[in-house]
Ligand binder design. Structure first.
Ligand SMILES: [Cu+2]
Length: 145
């Protein structure tokens, strides 16, 4: 009986997570990479209209061996990146993943990322669960230094 209750509980929880998910992803894109590059980046805006959540992981198996969550910080003019276990996604806020900020890092690319193509990305949120997205690859924007 207890076993059955547990199953019902987990089934309900999974369903609730699906229904209550109020995370929307906008401006999702990856940047094209030069031939021979081993890493790539994914940027997006994470819009959370629900309760506070956390991004626990990401996966893009078709293009990269692993996908890491990174944060950036400045030391003088240099931007340093570091892997983190989770990113806080506050309630009622837009959390941007962007250059020189938090971002997703594709590690050990299986082939160069070519502008105009798409690949599948899975995001794992603590509350919202798993989201499957299609990431368009964009040309590098010219930035002035
Ligand atoms: Cu990075």
């Amino acid at each position: 009986m207890r076993y059955l209750l547990l199953i019902v509980f987990f089934a309900f929880n999974a369903l609730a997570a699906e229904v209550n998910s109020s995370i929307n992803i906008e401006n999702l894109r990856a940047l094209e990479t030069p031939h021979g590059a081993s890493t790539g980046v994914i940027y997006m805006d994470i819009i959370n209209n629900g309760t506070a959540d956390r991004l626990l992981g990401a996966q893009a198996d078709s293009v990269a061996a692993t996908t890491e969550l990174h944060t950036s910080h400045f030391e003088g003019d240099l931007v340093h990146m570091r892997e983190v276990n989770a990113l806080d996604i506050p309630s009622r806020e837009i959390t941007p993943l962007k250059a020189a900020g938090a971002h997703l890092m594709l590690i050990d690319l299986k082939q160069p990322l070519q502008a105009g193509q798409n690949f599948t990305l899975f995001l794992h949120f603590e509350r919202a669960g798993i989201m499957q997205l299609s990431v368009p690859i964009q040309k590098h924007q010219i930035t002035t230094h």
